[in-house]
Design a protein around this ligand. Structure first.
Ligand SMILES: [Ca+2]
Length: 381
């Protein structure tokens, strides 16, 4: 990226979560991204866990300057209408099960980080971050948990969304498959009403669905490169013996932490979903899409969320065959207008393919960068 190119101002709304943690690391370290703030939402674990986990990841994966300047807010603790649920089975009870080396949830630095923003709702903070940008600049909102905070934000600030939000990039949904029901994906299933509100807001929404996130598997050779970067061991071959059978010692404490994070995630994905080749790092794709959109392919569709199905609540109904095209009057009028992304338009750009090796290059680049600034590495020296 040329020095003259502008970084993309980003707000990350998340529910860390192992894959959210990877997204946080990439958002902090990729040079294309200017992370302005993080908000947490209930989801993979309860809000008091996900908000602390967001602060733990910020402090561990960012530079000391980033840990100081980037705020962390606690957002919604429950869905708009449905009862709250969490996902201990995949992420452990506190949302970051099995991860070694992070600051503890009650570490004074973590507690202090959340005390800074106590009492201010996350949606107001997102609004302030958007408003604070100079004329002509817009904030990108990334949502990698349930869409509750995002739905509240677009409902409360429609003018600001039109004028100061460039797009909302989410991990969630699927074309025809599910992971927490036969056809519903977890983030949408948690709060389908919120997803529906967000999708019909007059702002471009980009969706990274299971169909594409399930291609970004953290495989053995990626694990080897994480443990020992090729720059430290130039002769490391592409295909090495099974890392899980005989793991190399991590080159740095940060790499050890990321290795334990992805190993735990691999074990639950293997146990629950029978993923044998490695866990998919769903949420990280949103950050990769912002940094390098050209490594993705996708298409704009009408997407509705099933709110009342007996077997299908939370399904993202992607109109692949354009059955609804006659109803999409705003899209027909002007497909470049903000209204064409709303209730009467093709409302979601759905990512469908990813250049997976290029994605993992971005991940390794972010880890290389984190290695230089992470306080985890300083503690050990
Ligand atoms: Ca997540």
């Amino acid at each position: 990226m040329a020095a003259s190119e502008k970084k993309i101002p980003v707000w990350l709304d998340c529910d860390p979560g192992h894959d959210d943690a990877v997204a946080i690391l990439m958002a902090l370290q990729l040079p294309q991204i200017d992370l302005r703030g993080i908000s947490a939402v209930y989801g993979n674990a309860a809000l008091h866990n996900t908000s602390r986990n967001a602060a733990r990841c910020l402090i561990a994966f960012g530079s000391p300057e980033q840990a100081k300047s980037i705020p962390v807010y606690a957002g919604a603790e429950k869905p708009l209408i449905k009862l709250v649920r969490h996902d201990d089975e995949i992420h452990g009870e506190d949302g970051l099960g099995g991860v070694e080396g992070l600051p503890a949830a009650d570490d004074p630095a973590v507690v202090a980080k959340l005390d800074e923003t106590k009492g201010k709702p996350a949606v107001l903070a997102i609004a302030d971050a958007a408003r604070s940008l100079p004329d002509g600049e817009r904030l990108t909102l990334v949502a990698t948990g349930s869409m509750t905070n995002a739905a509240l934000f677009v409902s409360m600030f429609p003018d600001l969304v039109r004028d100061k939000i460039s797009q909302v990039v989410i991990m969630g949904g699927a074309e025809g498959r599910g992971n927490r029901s036969p056809v519903a994906e977890f983030n949408i299933l948690l709060d389908p009403h919120a997803a529906s509100i967000l999708f019909d807001a007059e702002v471009p929404v980009v969706m990274a669905p299971l169909n594409v996130t399930h291609t970004a598997l953290f495989r053995t050779h990626d694990h080897h490169k994480l443990l020992v970067p090729p720059s430290a061991l130039p002769s490391l071959p592409e295909t090495t013996p099974d890392a899980t059978a005989n793991p190399a010692k991590a080159h740095t404490p940060l790499r050890h932490t990321m290795s334990t994070l992805l190993t735990f995630f691999a074990s639950t994905y293997s146990a629950v979903f029978n993923f044998q080749d490695g866990p998919p790092v769903h949420d990280a794709l949103c950050i990769a899409y912002l940094a390098r959109p050209e490594i993705f392919q996708g298409k704009r569709y009408r997407v509705d969320v099933e709110l009342q199905g007996e077997h299908t609540t939370g399904t993202t109904v992607v109109d692949l065959w354009e059955y609804k095209k006659d109803e999409l009057t705003e899209f027909k009028k002007d497909p470049d207008s903000r209204a064409s992304w709303g209730r009467l338009g093709k409302n979601v750009f759905v990512l469908e393919e990813l250049d997976v090796p290029e994605f993992w290059k971005l991940f390794q680049q972010a880890v290389d960068s984190a290695d230089k600034v992470s306080p985890l590495n300083k503690k050990a020296s």
